[in-house]
Design a protein around this ligand. Sequence first.
Ligand SMILES: Cc1cc2nc3c(=O)[nH]c(=O)nc-3n(C[C@H](O)[C@H](O)[C@H](O)COP(=O)(O)OP(=O)(O)OC[C@H]3O[C@@H](n4cnc5c(N)ncnc54)[C@H](O)[C@@H]3O)c2cc1C
Ligand code: SF4
Ligand code: SF4
Length: 793
Amino acid sequence: MIDLRGKLETLLSSGSSENRRPVLDKHNQSNVKGLYIVGDLAGAPVIKLAMAQAVEVIEHLAGLPELRERGVERADGAVDLLIVGAGAAGLNAALAAQEAGFSFVVLEKERIASTIDDFPEGKWVYAEPDSVPPKGKLWLDGTRKEELVARWHQIVEENDLEVRTEEPLVSLERQGDLFLARTARGEIRARRVILATGQRGNPRKLGVPGEELEHVYHRLYSPTRYRDEQILVVGGGNSAVEAALTLAERNRVVLSYRKGELTRIFKDNRRLLDEAVAQGRIEVAFHSVVREMRPGETVLAIDRGGHQEERVVPADHAFILIGAELPVRFLKSLGIRLENDWGGGSVLRALALTAATLLGCWFAGPALGGPAPLDGALGDLGVPLGGAVAVVAPLLLIWLGKRGDRWAWLGLSFLVWYGIYGVKVGKGSELWPFKGWGYSSLSFFGRSWAFWYTVLYTTLMTGFGLQAMKRWGIDRRDRFQIWRYTSLLGFQWIFFFVVPEFLFQWAVKYQWVGEALANNPQFADQAWRSYGIVYAWPLFFYTWFYDPHQIWVVWGIVLTFGLIPLLVLFHGKRYCSWVCGCGGLAETFGDRWRHLAPKGRTALRWETMGLGVLAFATVATLLMLLKDTYQWYQAADRSLGVYRLLVDVWLVGILPVTLYPFMGGKVWCRYWCPLAKMMELSSRVFTRLGWSRFHIHANDKCIACNECSRNCQVGIDVMQYALKQETLDNATSSCIGCGICVTVCPMDTLYFGARAEAAPDAPIPFVAKAPIGPGESNLDQEEQSEPVVAGRG
Ligand SMILES: Cc1cc2nc3c(=O)[nH]c(=O)nc-3n(C[C@H](O)[C@H](O)[C@H](O)COP(=O)(O)OP(=O)(O)OC[C@H]3O[C@@H](n4cnc5c(N)ncnc54)[C@H](O)[C@@H]3O)c2cc1C
Ligand code: SF4
Ligand code: SF4
């Protein structure tokens, strides 16, 4: 039997698995009242931003009336603050708390600044972003990690900060107004808790037999200790490759990786690895997964093009370096909610309530002028009953949704957009159950629902657009994003609202278009065609039929086959992120969910659906254009009807917006829009011919923080390009040039432009050529992007 729920589950969460973060309010407070989260765990990808978050939270706490009296001894022995983690965020929070007069305790699982201390020996630590000054008392400047850690130790000493090292937080419980924290050594009571535990200290495991043996490690400590030994390294990210390279200086190393190619490693690491393989110092076992680890050896299963071969490799020591993962269990044990974290729910229940709402509307329809589904007394009874169901069922969905039922939110989201768009289809053609009454009942003040729909659309775009402009442009002082959102809002207001709804009619009424055109019904009565000033075929599908005036025919040809290709030549698919109203709603209203865009190979394969829609649009258009010549009336009308319902109503109107909160805003633009597909194909051709002016480049400063990939609304793994310093363009991706990846990159790694342009300064390359230090905590994002299945390396 088909596992419908499982399939839906996978579909809806395909974008979020590697990107989950705790849900926080604007002051970084989690759903557990009084528990704040800062730093890496709260999404600050670099030291400077982690430090800033810590200071901002302390400033917020210092302003709370209930914490006005602080630093005093209490009968219950509670301190004002418990700070968990002594990394950049935790230490800076402690220093700021000290200045603000709070009493506090700092717990640290390992050592002070252990994450940075574990960086490869001699690694240069960048103090990016350059434009943001460091906040707080902790010192930060571009330097080698040894100096940074030494400076932080000195600051801790000079300020008499007591950090309880090697004392992890084990559990946390709310007891009235206080928190009771249990550590490995005792209990602490605190009024507020600041969690600054980062996410690097939780190495991912394989889950295979023997992984707990003494010779198996999940970090690389003291690589110089190993000499003339057989060593197995498992993993395919930078941490694994750098470990293999260092160990191979004195040992024989096998690097086991489950895929056939190392796609997410630095350019320099690739070069060094190729050299080591050529010199026979490292053997790479591609397509291999670990089956079992035994003393002195490891069993690998190697995929040889469909058939599995078992191989036993000698391994005096085995290092499993497949990245770190969010300590989900730990966070959940503290009661913290994660993004896109749903508490079960029932598909059938949500389906029943959604269907009940629509049925309720059907029965209540006669009250608003609709046909009666039942005759006589039953029909009379149906109206109030149907009305009651149509109100109660959605309320139940909201209630369930607030309890974490994802299906209830999906049902509700569907009802909203099905209602709005199902009615907009047109008077008399509304979708069931609104047929015959929906359109007229939503037409107010002498204006049709189509007009109010445009008002609603423009209002949503404006409100959320200004919010997005603040988020990406104003707050980050990023002029590119300010211009982009200005352009999107400008096009929406002028060309998709004022022109079709007002200006066109005025132009006809006051004969601004000349007397002849104003009096020509073929022009004057088709105000809707003014959408075609900016919308090109096939997005504006009706460009050349339904009796257009010659002006529109010529303009349609110029726009579709002249201006759009020219735009693509210079700007790739920027039409989608700077101009288009469909993309505009996604970039504004859909912006808060951008990180949920599906990622990975399956999501990429789904993009081919756009080709199908483009082919359908082309065939339907040709049938319509040639129907008089070849008398293809039936076929043309039928294909037009199907296209209208399937594409114009369901794929543009209802489904994508319903799915915004689950799959990000770009569902239509990415998977179904035929114009986007057409632009992508031409951009690909221009790129391959070397004519395209649209590229994103990367310098060598990437720290694999994943921010770019997380925020790409079309699910591109930007980090993979950045690590390899490869050019990202439309030859290999469906990038729409929104520039958000450039904006969010804390290291200023990415930039638009031609290759010849100088990259922003990169003083010292990231890759440490020196041996890897006492530990290695580089997050291997490739491993992170897919769930680790037991037995896969
Ligand atoms: C390979 C790599 C290179 C990087 N390069 C740079 C760079 O050049 N410049 C830059 O600005 N940033 C860089 N970063 C990012 C930087 O390391 C992080 O932004 C920063 O460390 C985050 O600070 P934090 O305090 O939030 O977390 P962390 O520094 O990770 O500190 C968290 C602390 O909490 C402790 N802890 C965890 N669980 C518990 C518990 N249960 N109880 C008590 N304590 C606990 C941990 O032991 C750790 O000491 C890099 C990251 C990586 C992985
Ligand atoms: S790769 Fe960057 S510019 Fe391209 S769509 Fe994704 S976030 Fe936007
Ligand atoms: S390129 Fe991407 S992964 Fe690399 S530092 Fe910038 S945002 Fe992070």
